[in-house]
Design a protein around this ligand. Sequence first.
Ligand SMILES: Nc1ncnc2c1ncn2[C@@H]1O[C@H](COP(=O)(O)OP(=O)(O)O)[C@@H](O)[C@H]1O
Ligand SMILES: [Mg+2]
Length: 239
Amino acid sequence: MPIISFTSWKGGVGKTFLTVNAAVYLASKGKKVLLVDGSRSGDAELMLGIKAEKTLYDVVLGSCSLSDVVSEKYGVSVLPIGFSLEAQRRVSWKAIYKSVKELSDKYELILVDTPPIVAGLVSRREALGSLVVGDLFYIVTTPAKTALMNALKTKMLLEKIGKKVSGVIVNRWRASLLSKPYYRPSEIEAFLKAKISAIIPEDKNVMRSINASKPLVLKPSSPAARAIVKFCDSFLLSY
Ligand SMILES: Nc1ncnc2c1ncn2[C@@H]1O[C@H](COP(=O)(O)OP(=O)(O)O)[C@@H](O)[C@H]1O
Ligand SMILES: [Mg+2]
């Protein structure tokens, strides 16, 4: 069973939103899903309305066991890593990977939310560490030139370390972006030399769902939720 990561060099493109909603939808389809808050930000827990009392940090400190820190919400099991500075320092990517592997027998799908790889702010080791946890990668980007350039850097880095890029997810799309100076989907594919796996529209319901800690796919009629459902359905057919 593959470990699927949603990643990008850039922050704010929708990695956590997509990972959380894909996890909730796939769980609603009867899959046993583990969501790993590999972004180490606590954002995934916040989007799900989980207040993690214990995290992997406590496991590393020896005060509880791995099974004590996995919590359930909307049918998804969530592994919180802990986001205090001390947790960032003490919980290595090796420890995260080991824990994911230890839990993997119990799950059919493992989805990993990753941090942005912000040059200069995150060490190279931390950046690479976040990528070591995954087997398959979806690169998340918006249609903005800066995000696309960062998506390209992410793809090159993944290829350099021998990881498989399954596709690109273009988030915050608007139909009005079809003429210059915007990039059409075909131009994005040509620029990144990668296939677009999903186009998620800009949707005002996204922030509402985040602020209410209610994943958008619970309201499947909204445009962004529909696109996530479509992506997950085709994803389920291929695995
Ligand atoms: N499809 C979308 N439509 C509208 N807003 C979106 C969409 N996707 C993401 N956002 C906004 O972008 C913000 C950042 O998303 P997030 O998932 O936290 O990004 P990342 O994890 O890449 O840093 C969210 O708080 C939300 O308000
Ligand atoms: Mg995030």
